[in-house]
Design a protein around this ligand. Structure first.
Ligand code: GLC
Length: 573
């Protein structure tokens, strides 16, 4: 499975060394070949020890990516059929959200068999083929592992709830009480109490999410062994690692304190329900297993935290827990706010002890960045800005399917009309960000030949992959260029992050700088007017600025940029 990044051919080394990279940046050549995707050649700097230090990982919601059999639900074979497109984006890995057997109370995040593929998504043979074909294209495949809870339909839970003495009696979190009063007043993340009464055991069981998602008890040695078995199973079946779902919640405070203000936000980060110490030990053990497999598999964590200090802790005191905890401090930013960008990216670069930050804006649980940040007039420019922030910052970047063409959330009214049925048993407000991938202007956007499980967003006729392929200035080709710079340009691969003051409250600026003093300044103008930036913050000689590339395609010269534009200006000293 290991992706070879050791193919540092002469050409790549020459790119790293050439001083002309200053005035004729690789950006220029990337633009000259829009849509060409990432060249096979990658720069392999000495400190790019592991593939995941500089990776671009693309999240796929399999229900919505590509249907191959006309049942209206995307599937593994559909993903396989789109691998050439994924390769053209220059990706290192894809993360596929759960495709295991599931009654779909929470679309796959309620797992009823961790080692079986739900027939809606395909078979084990389909999985093997996907992994093999992805490998041929240099793409790793990550499995989404739901470690905090299973489905209430999982045979483990059925056995556990059957009596207080069965072999799996302690695999879930059970607590005595009377049927009228839950043991604590804690709130579930999805609303309502975190406890459900079980009439057979005459006990309560704990669930931080739906009552159909009982929490697994990581204090139970039997459960631990079984879940670690699942980890080994997927590693042995070609997974390049895991996106770990809901890791903060593996343990609860078993002194079961009452909360004086249970509804206060965020209910998902209470001292009694999140980040309890036992979590570190479990993750260390899991990390050891993962590290014992060849090909550098990884743990990518859904690690919601309140602060950068808490995020630092998720990597492990000895850097031996989660390889890549997602930075929700950036991911949760909801306004185009230069000061907030500066605060969050600066701290990620300077307060994580050099560990790899993981930056993103969109995923299957939250509003897409197109909708979150778009102002209705400059959405494409703004989308290019958020892409540049994610992709030109140090560390690993996560993209969510469709963001590269500017897919937005489905309008509320349109979503309200979306029918329910066997393929969509219940409405979920998050479905607004899960509409089918918009491949072309063909019926159903080329997603399915049948009736899609969720309607295609009505904007697909003009906003689709095919329409943007041939347009040099499209958002899609901007993404490709940025990923290409990440992959082949030392400045964006390993250049250090230099926090800067832009001199204008509406402009966020930072630099990436190589050891030899060359680098690039990235400037994002969130404001409404033309601005000339006067950046400060360098130590040593003042930089001499050179060529620039702007999201608008219109560079006015120097460090001047238009409203909502993002410019990348090369420099040397
Ligand atoms: C994670 C998933 C989300 C799911 C929840 C419960 O937050 O990203 O989609 O609903 O876990 O499994």
């Amino acid at each position: 499975m290991r992706r070879s990044i050791t193919r540092a051919t002469t050409a790549a080394v020459a790119l790293a060394a050439t001083p002309t990279a200053f005035l004729a940046p690789s950006i220029a050549s990337a633009q000259a070949a829009p849509g060409a995707g990432t060249a096979a050649v990658r720069v392999t700097p000495a400190d790019a020890a592991k593939w995941w230090h500089h990776a671009t990982i693309y999240e796929i919601y399999p229900r919505s990516f590509q249907d191959s059999n006309g049942d209206g639900v995307g599937d593994l074979n559909g993903i396989t059929s789109r691998l050439d497109y994924l390769k053209s984006l220059g990706l290192d890995a894809i993360w596929i959200t759960p495709f295991f057997k599931s009654p779909n109370a929470d679309f796959g995040y309620d797992v009823s068999d961790y080692t079986a593929i739900d027939p809606q998504y395909g078979t084990m043979a389909d999985w093997d083929r996907l992994v093999a074909e992805a490998k041929k294209r240099g793409i790793r495949v990550l499995v989404d592992l739901v470690v905090n809870h299973s489905s209430s339909e999982h045979p483990w839970f059925k056995e556990s709830r059957s009596s207080r003495t069965n072999p799996k009696a302690d695999w879930y979190v059970w607590k005595d009480g009377t049927p009228d009063t839950p043991p604590t007043n804690w709130r579930s993340i999805f609303g309502g109490p975190t406890w459900t009464w079980d009439p057979t055991r005459k006990q309560w069981y704990y669930h931080i999410f739906l009552s159909k998602q009982p929490d697994l008890n990581w204090r139970s040695p039997g459960l631990r062994k079984a879940m670690f078995g699942v980890v080994r199973f997927w590693l042995e079946h070609g997974a390049a690692g895991f996106r770990l779902d809901a890791t903060p919640y593996l343990f609860e405070d078993t002194s079961w304190p009452q909360d004086p203000d249970p509804g206060s936000e965020p209910v998902w980060l209470k001292p009694y329900n999140a980040q309890l110490p036992g979590t570190n030990e479990v993750l260390r053990e899991m990390r050891k297993i993962v590290d014992s497999y060849p090909g550098d598999p990884i743990l990518l964590g859904e690690s919601s935290t309140r602060s950068i200090e808490q995020l630092r802790a998720v990597y492990g005191k000895n850097k031996d827990e989660i390889h890549l905890p997602m930075n929700f401090l950036v991911g949760n930013i909801s306004k185009l706010d230069a000061a907030e960008f500066k605060r969050r990216y600066d701290e990620a670069a300077t307060k994580l002890d050099g560990l790899t930050p993981v930056e993103f804006f969109s995923n299957h649980d939250q509003t897409r960045q197109w909708t979150e940040f778009g102002d209705g007039t400059n959405n494409d420019l703004i989308a290019k800005m958020t892409a540049a922030l994610t992709l030109l910052n140090p560390g690993t970047a996560l993209l969510y399917y469709g963001e590269e063409i500017g897919m937005g959330d489905m309008d509320k009214a349109e979503l309200a009309k979306a029918p329910l049925g066997p393929n969509r048993p219940q409405a979920d407000a998050r479905d607004r960000a899960r509409t089918p991938m918009q491949w072309s202007a063909a019926p159903q956007a080329g997603f399915t030949s049948g009736t899609p499980w969720l309607p295609v967003d009505s904007r697909y006729r003009t906003r689709n992959v095919a329409a943007q392929e041939s347009n040099k200035g499209s958002l899609l080709n901007w993404y490709r260029d940025l990923v290409k710079w990440r992959n082949v340009d030392p400045t964006f691969r390993t250049g250090r992050y230099v926090p800067l003051e832009s001199g204008d409250a509406g402009v966020f600026a930072f630099a990436r700088e190589n050891a030899n003093g060359t680098g690039a300044i990235v400037m994002a103008n969130t404001g409404t007017g033309v601005v000339t930036v006067k950046p400060t913050g360098w130590t040593g000689a003042a930089p001499v600025f050179g060529a620039s590339v702007c999201a608008s395609g219109k560079w006015g010269g120097g460090l001047t940029l238009a409203a909502k534009d993002t410019c990348i200006v090369r420099y040397r000293r």
